[in-house]
Design a protein around this ligand. Sequence first.
Ligand code: HEM
Length: 488
Amino acid sequence: MFQLLLDVGPYCVCFYAVLVLAALVFLASQLWKMLQQLNQECRADIPPGCLGLPFIGETIQFMAAINSGKGFYDFVRVRSLRYGNCFKTNIFGQTQVFLSSTESAKIILNNDLGRFTKRYIKSIAELVGNQSLLCASQQHHKLLRGRLVNLFSTNSISLLVKQFDELIVHTLNGWGDGGTVIVLDEALQITFKAMCKMLLSLERGLELELLQEDVGHVCKAMLAFPLRLPWTRFYKGLQARKRIMSTLEKIISRRRRGLDAATDDFLQRLLVEEDNYCSDGLHRLTDAEIQDNILTMIIAGQDTTASAITWMVKYLGENEDVLDAIKAEQLHLLEKTSKKLFLTLDDLNEMPYASKVVKESLRMASVVPWFPRLVLQDCEIEGYKMKKGWTVNIDVRSIHLDPMVYSEPNNFNPSRFDDESKPYSFLAFGMGARTCLGMNMAKAMMLVFLHRLLTTYKWKVLDSDSSIDKWALFSRLSSGCPVHVTRL
Ligand code: HEM
């Protein structure tokens, strides 16, 4: 070899030497890169936290937190304090990671690389149905959402504003003067009626009453231990779901046979739309998909909005300065609208301060306190390894109450929204592909409620306890917020 190199002369030797050197440098740089990558991987730790006992994990502690009266969020709060912004646990045999920074919320909710999909605990999926938008796989969700999103048009919101206003005016008339009212009970009634009218044109009667009772059972079973014994909350929820499905089947059948009076509600639009899709040869929503999603929309729209309204009444009752400011705005608006029978969507656009009150109430209440997502591929968030099959939960409540994100986060201060919020800091309705479909409807309902309440009554909150309802999936005040009302 040496002889061969000598034979080809000194220039060639130089050439080969440079070539070998370049190869060595290249190899060394590749090795360096690999070592760095390896080093980084080693640094990416498993999140801190305790996985509890084999199989059951920390399920008992989770259930105990729900049962303690402090609410299920207490389970998360205690661990956030112990472990920081990211911790792991195990509930119902599933590894769960909780994350509470805007950066992790951005990564998970943006989901640019398709590494996460929405995932609720099994019991919830069984109760709302596996064809529900809340539980569908990514592909299925795209299809369902694509169909359902058309229902949430500006026209639908305008109609809802009128119908909701009508309901509130009627309800407030019944409160009388000088009595006590449990705001949550009233709000649940109104929002349930509003949802059933919008979705199914059900306004009164036995069918509506039974449906309301059964939806209540389903909601109460959402966080129950999934035991199918006749006296358990979970079993009662499943039975209630069966009855709801059977009622919806009957209503669909009546519609198909033309037995119901002409209606323009969400169900009717889905049925007509699906017939059109079918004639176009495209995939049509099955009856099971329609039924699961009607139930989903009742639950998603009723309990959340009623809880938000209740917190808002409490916060306003406890913050006189804010109450005075919003009252001035609403009484001024009343001068313009008093000749009209009902409010319109345009009227709601003239409530800038009330809109901030709504936003601040939603921030402080965090009605949906965490968002669960299933990890589809191993990945890393904030320096921690997340493994395929784990569930990562965005701890929205901690973000909403983080002093690094909102100054004096426990003060009810609607004017904080005069300035633009930091990205991914306001997550009351989620963000990204799974953003709340009813967001604008919910805000509209809260504004209509505020306007009518503020221009009809004065109120005093009778119970300042902020405990959260034991068995509710959403953050609901356990006192229900009793208030003493006096007509203006
Ligand atoms: C104040 C009231 C409400 C709050 C706080 C709220 C909050 C939320 C949140 C946070 C999500 C997303 C959760 C996640 O990303 O995991 C969501 C989803 C959803 N909400 Fe709402 N919501 C409210 C009212 C409504 C109303 C009135 C409706 C309409 C019927 C509705 C229908 C839905 C639906 C269908 C989804 C599922 C969207 C999807 O997965 O694509 N919500 N809601």
